[in-house]
Design a protein around this ligand. Structure first.
Ligand code: GRF
Length: 190
């Protein structure tokens, strides 16, 4: 399976995939795309010898044109699965249509609860006793696509937001690796 990972920031989920899924010829991250040239994710990819590409909005007439350029590049790379791992831009409908059913996202809440930004913070502020992590298919909405896998995380009222965030990230890395490895195994058996 040929994977592309789209990431805007830190790239810790990308790192988990590099460390535990990336195996050229089997499940290979062929390209890491970012909308932000300073994203640490790009560095992590380069260090692993994975090709990178940056598509800044300011270099394209609009978002649809930028996303069309990304889609063209992914098609040229013959990508089977697009993984959004902390990609902070909304993808345009044409991009979703071009890769429908082949785009997944990781989100730090038990969707459909707390879609969008600051999901961990909002779960705590709402007095939830648990939150969690979701991997889901991507559709035209914000974190609204069909669920693939979820893992819950209890909220400890005595811990800081940073501590909870760190625990959630660790769960994200496990869940994303499990889902992507599972999809790759499925693809191999087809
Ligand atoms: C993660 O919390 C992910 O769920 C969300 O953005 C964050 C990305 O973290 N979509 P990282 O860049 O993978 O470290």
């Amino acid at each position: 399976m040929r994977l592309a990972v789209l990431a805007s920031g830190e790239g810790s989920n990308l790192q988990a995939l590099i460390d535990r899924v990336h195996l050229p010829g089997v499940a290979e991250i062929v390209l890491v795309v970012s909308d932000k040239p300073a994203a640490r994710a790009l560095k992590r990819a380069a260090e692993a010898g994975i090709e990178t590409a940056t598509f800044e909005l300011s270099e394209h007439p609009d978002r649809a044109a930028r996303d069309a350029a990304i889609a063209a590049r992914l098609s040229a790379e013959d990508v089977d699965l697009v993984v959004l791992a902390g990609y902070m831009a909304i993808l345009s409908p044409d991009f979703i249509a071009a890769f429908r059913g082949r785009i997944i996202n990781i989100h730090p809440s038990l969707l459909p609860k707390f879609p969008g930004l600051a999901a961990i913070e909002r779960a705590v502020e709402s007095g939830e006793s648990q939150t969690g992590v979701t991997v889901h298919h991507v559709d035209e909405g914000v974190d609204s696509g069909e669920l693939i896998a979820q893992e819950s995380v209890a909220i400890d009222p005595d811990e800081t937001l940073e501590q909870l965030t760190e625990r959630i990230h660790a769960v994200e890395h496990e869940l994303l690796v499990r889902v992507v490895a599972g999809l790759a195994a499925q693809e191999r058996s087809e």
